[in-house]
Design a protein around this ligand. Sequence first.
Ligand code: FES
Length: 175
Amino acid sequence: MTKTHEHDRPHLEQADWDPVEAQEIIAPFVRLKGGLMEALHGLQQAFGYVPRQSYDVLADAFNLSRAEVYGVKSFYHDFRDAPAGHHVIEVCQAESCQAMGSRGLTTHVQKMLGIELGETSHDGHFTLKAVYCLGNCAVSPNITFDGKMHGRVTEDKFDKLMQRTAGLAKKGENA
Ligand code: FES
């Protein structure tokens, strides 16, 4: 599976970008404390990611430099640079999961998908993300697969999840 960093897919960004809509999303937050975060969340909700073109609009609205906007956006792992893949997998990297083998599991998942943490596969099928505690430490290591939590995940269990996903996709194609 070929991989791409999210910023290598400008065609997806440009297709979705709408400056008028972005202005409308940002406007209600401009005078609020913590408004920049709210605006970033609003943009991601509307576009599925935070379009690069929005940095200038945000900088103007909040009287910040583009670099400051970028700094805030990049500090929070939740904000994406491109639309997420069809399937989103999060692997917990926090202490309890690490103690129960999440590092090895992460390496396995990366190998299976052919992408690193924070990347989306070139075909747009998978996005792989790091998360820091899913609040499910008792059954570490944990992952989420399309928003569903899975505990005590072994390499084998992950492979089965992938097989099930591939099976469902095939069924969908044949339906
Ligand atoms: S450390 Fe992974 S769920 Fe808490």
